[in-house]
Ligand binder design. Sequence first.
Ligand SMILES: Cc1cc2nc3c(=O)[nH]c(=O)nc-3n(C[C@H](O)[C@H](O)[C@H](O)COP(=O)(O)OP(=O)(O)OC[C@H]3O[C@@H](n4cnc5c(N)ncnc54)[C@H](O)[C@@H]3O)c2cc1C
Length: 426
Amino acid sequence: MKRIAVIGTGISGMAIARLLHRQHDITVFEAASRPGGHTHTVEVHQDQPQGHQSWPVDTGFIVFNHRTYPAFTRMIEALGVKSRASDMSFSVRDDQRDLEYLGGHLSGLFAQKRNLVRPAFWRMIREIIRFYGEARELLAEDCSEGLAPLGPWLRRRGYSRFFIDEHLIPMAASIWSAPPKAIIAFPARFFVRFLANHGMIDLRDRPRWRTVCGGSQAYLKALIAPFQDRIRCATPIHSVAHISAGVRLLGKQVDEIFDEVVIAAHADQALSMRYAGGDLDRDEEETLKAFPYQANMAWLHTDTRFLPRRQQAWAAWNYYRAPGGSQRPVTLTYNLNILQGHVADQQFLVTLNPHRPIDRRQVLRRIQYAHPLYTQHSPQAQSRHKSISGRGGIHYCGAYWGYGFHEDGLQSALRVARHMGLEETW
Ligand SMILES: Cc1cc2nc3c(=O)[nH]c(=O)nc-3n(C[C@H](O)[C@H](O)[C@H](O)COP(=O)(O)OP(=O)(O)OC[C@H]3O[C@@H](n4cnc5c(N)ncnc54)[C@H](O)[C@@H]3O)c2cc1C
């Protein structure tokens, strides 16, 4: 039995802690006052004429599917956690162009009748079909073109500004919660490979999305139940360093030595802990530096002015093309009534980076999140995991080792578990 510390309680940290706790003496450190990281359900309570009601509203991780989240599916099934069908409809609203549409079906595309007589809109629809065909070719060809950033790749192939601004960027910026400028810099092949791996390249037979019954807190509770007493919340770690006796962790209330440590925080946070440790090597530094992060402020509220003006165009994910240029963070509103199936008089919405103030009376919570951005250096850095993780007893996991999603976080934890000789038994 070893003394092992886990830093961070997102999906990555919780999963590795669960796999470790049976055989080892574990301590889990979490900077926030609650466990879960991006697994974050807020219980909204309201007194209604028919009595007191509450809804478990997810503000971070919301959806998964059986096809492209195999490990997550196995895990929640083993934990006896139920899920239900969700809806992944997507809308775009651009007030400058006086445009809005709901993707996916004809009535939504033409919810705004003017779209019927907009040549650029018809061209966009043709380009959507062309894009998915060409994306498949890019994957099949082993060409250097795929290393190019997405923006120049699209321009070289003659895609219209309208298609890029009103479809491709909204879709990608919503998936990664990234500013348009960062999306354009994503490596083309990385982007397309993600779409292919997630069944999004096929216009038919797309994965069916699901959501956890009772909110993502339901799986979080089941996952951490056996080691809950080992989690120390509100205990940020500032420094992680190799010493002859093991690995030393320092924080305001911490000065402890462990045999091994798993850092399950974001890459930039891991980097800062290792810088403070003072014995970071070049390989580790170069690798962790390859994942910049985008801070996104999420507001939980009920102000429907953040949805398309036409109710027929309301979707699960609603992109708002805000003025202010491509550097501006994404403005995106998740409709949790649609995503989680809440039945309520008001719409429970989470808006990332609102473009204008939300009606104060309708604000329920404000939460700071950060998402990894991917650059041309990221795929190569990901391939170096083996050489930096586990060295001297310091392991790394987190969703940034994949595409930034829940399955990626879990897969990264399973990889560390395999390296430590642990079985995947929940
Ligand atoms: C609004 C939003 C919606 C999303 N929706 C989905 C979705 O529907 N489906 C999906 O697959 N993915 C979704 N994601 C992506 C999500 O980021 C990943 O799925 C995943 O949850 C990230 O897990 P992680 O373990 O890598 O990081 P996190 O969940 O961020 O966990 C990292 C933890 O480390 C802690 N930490 C950091 N520094 C320290 C320190 N110094 N000391 C101690 N603790 C520290 C943090 O407080 C945090 O708890 C969403 C993300 C957001 C923000």
